[in-house]
Ligand binder design. Structure first.
Ligand code: GDP
Ligand code: IMO
Ligand code: MG
Length: 432
């Protein structure tokens, strides 16, 4: 295609696939980077030379001067977290106020959402999800329950105060019912939020209009997914999921652009698998190999610091996420983490199971079937040319691509921008 078209870059597993690095790298070729779901539960790490950034709510495109960064209507916003993130970036010399646009339709997270989450996670007769405790789920509950408060509401003083009081009273009742002792100064919070709203006011707009106008004017948009497909509220490992549409389809509803405006869907996957929080994970390694991957890949949560659960690459999972999203290309990250393994296992199927089970119990019960591939036992870290890849690493990647049925258009060999191999003549290279 060459320099036309808008793309979605999203996680093909359970999150932390390296989306931040990939979006930062690809964003050079785009005018706008837009987030369409999730909130500050996301942690997208980007290294630019010695500087490390962990982006939570703000799209990774903000790190490139001149690029518009859009927080779409499908995102849930904790204004205190947003302002803190903006200030950090400003201190690093980024012109956030010139680059950032915030949807007037995005829903607002309040401190009482975190209390509701605590109640839900603490309930004895329910398995905790192991959430990031950011109030994400309860905010989306209020959104779907049609009692939520959106950014635009913050600017209609009287109606905001009435909506806020009703919502706060609901939560107080809930807290009383469940005997939660946490005290919240509801009036103080209301006034704080009115203050946050004033600080954000110049950045708030109808971002769906902004995006559609830009696309019509020939500007290119990269939609940045948060979380991963298996954490999607509909298609993931329910109930061990996040509360939004993390799949490619979410880009349309969460940004307000039509499906016809999207021309490429790029799935990001590690060369192995990780997951944070509870829930089924067929290829999880509980022994030494898991620990080795965790150490080599520094697999600790970017938001909560929790150790990530680690396991082998799961082909059935990728085939499923490729189907749900319609991946046009894959980016395989963290290849270098497997450099020192004598042999590498790949789950190529689940015994006697052909479709993704609907329930988490079903997925917990599957028996992965593994194929063993020889390791390459040499450094791929930092490689930037395909021809420099050790033959066995190349075979490994070829194997993954063949089995998943999607081209690998790009390989990441380290956290830095230049530690990347873009495959010439790939469909992906044509889109960038
Ligand atoms: P995201 O949430 O999908 O953006 O991913 P995270 O930032 O949570 O986690 C990915 C981690 O892996 C980050 O610390 C990245 O700096 C790092 N990373 C990304 N790509 C590579 C890679 O190819 N090799 C290595 N060793 N680290 C990588
Ligand atoms: P990025 O964008 C990995 C997980 C949590 C928990 C579940 C629900 O960095 O890939 P939530 O707080 O969203 O209600 O928690 O989802 N989770 C993530 N895991 N990466 C993320 O984001 C995640 N965001 C949420 O650990 O299991
Ligand atoms: Mg992350």
């Amino acid at each position: 295609m060459g320099n036309i078209g808008n793309i979605v870059v999203l996680g093909a597993q359970w999150g932390d696939e390296g989306k931040g690095k990939v979006v930062d790298l690809f964003s050079e070729k785009f005018s706008i980077v837009a987030r369409y779901q999730g909130g500050h539960n996301a942690g997208h790490t980007v290294f630019i030379g010695p500087r490390k950034f962990v982006l939570k709510l703000i799209p990774s495109g903000i790190l490139r001067p001149g690029i518009r960064a859009v927080i779409g209507n499908g995102v849930v916003i904790d204004p205190a977290a947003l302002i803190e993130e903006m200030e950090k970036l400003e201190q690093a010399g980024i012109d956030v106020r010139a680059q950032l646009a915030i949807s007037d339709r995005a829903h607002v997270i309040f401190p009482f959402h975190r209390i509701v989450e605590k109640m839900s996670e603490g309930r004895q007769d329910r398995v905790p999800i192991g959430t990031t405790s950011r109030g994400i789920g309860p905010c989306y509950e209020d959104k779907i329950g049609r009692r939520g408060i959106r950014i635009a509401d913050l600017y209609e003083h009287d109606s905001f105060c009435a909506m806020y009081t009703a919502l706060a009273e609901d939560k107080q009742l809930l807290a009383q019912t469940f005997d939660i002792q946490e005290t919240i100064d509801y009036e103080l919070i209301r006034d704080q939020y009115l203050g946050f709203a004033e600080r954000l006011r110049p950045l708030v707009c109808d971002t769906a209009q902004l995006l559609n106008d830009a696309i019509r004017a020939g500007q290119r948009v990269l939609f940045e997914g948060a979380q991963g497909t298996m954490l999607d509220v509909d298609h993931g490992t329910y109930p061990f999921v996040t509360s939004s549409s993390a799949t490619a389809g979410g880009a349309c509803t969460g940004a307000g652009v039509p499906p016809t405006a999207i021309h490429g869907i790029i799935g990001v996957s590690k060369a192995y698998t990780t997951r944070v929080g509870s829930g089924p994970f067929p290829t999880e390694l509980l022994g030494d190999d898991g620990e080795r991957i965790r150490k080599a890949g520094n697999e600790f949560g970017a938001v909560t610091g929790r150790p990530r659960r680690c396991g082998w690459f799961d082909v059935p999972l990728l085939r499923y996420t490729a189907m749900i999203n319609g991946f046009t290309s894959l980016v395989i990250t963290k290849l270098d983490v497997l450099d020192q393994f004598d042999e590498i296992l790949v789950c190529t199927g689940y015994k006697n199971v052909t479709a993704m089970p609907a329930t988490f119990r079903g997925l917990e019960a599957v028996e992965p079937v593994y194929e063993k591939l020889p390791g390459w036992k040499s450094e791929t870290r930092g490689l930037s040319r395909e021809r420099d890849l050790p033959p066995r690493a190349r075979d490994y990647l070829h194997f993954l691509s063949e089995r998943v049925g999607v081209e690998i258009g790009c390989i990441s060999t380290g956290p830095e921008r230049d530690e990347t191999i873009l495959i010439e003549n790939s469909r992906l290279a044509g889109l960038l």
